[in-house]
Design a protein. Structure first.
Length: 130
């Protein structure tokens, strides 16, 4: 039987997979079968964690806003703060609010005091009507 020389297609494919897995440890970077398995697993993890990253950051922003709203004022929580924000139609997203809370606390205090004062004014107006 004559000798058959294979083409370079399979070698190129394997080389591409090995380049992707070059930072993996042990056999995961050297053996073709385990390399392809690890590559699929890595791609699945990266796809899953892109949406998880969004979730984690939103959770972090909410925690920061809640911490700042509870700091000085008694019985004032994140949920009340956000509810009052939307009632006043001050549409600021959580990322911006968290940045304001961390970097410029005076501005955040002014914002929250404005919301609280408007709420108290409405209550006094309702009492006067009766």
């Amino acid at each position: 039987m004559t000798r058959v020389k294979r083409g370079y297609t399979a070698r190129r494919r394997r080389k591409k997979i090995r380049l992707f897995a070059s930072t993996f440890i042990g056999a995961h970077s050297r053996l073709t079968r385990t390399t392809t398995q690890q590559r699929m697993r890595a791609l699945v993890s990266s796809h899953r964690d892109r949406s998880r990253k969004k979730r984690d950051f939103r959770c972090l922003w909410i925690t920061r806003i809640n911490a700042v709203t509870r700091e000085d004022r008694l019985f004032y929580s994140y949920s009340l703060f956000m509810h009052n924000l939307y009632n006043r139609q001050l549409l600021l997203n959580r990322k911006i609010l968290a940045q304001i809370a961390l970097s410029n606390k005076n501005c955040f205090d002014i914002l929250s005091n404005k919301i609280i004062n408007q709420k108290e004014k409405k209550k006094t107006n309702q009492i006067k009507e009766f």
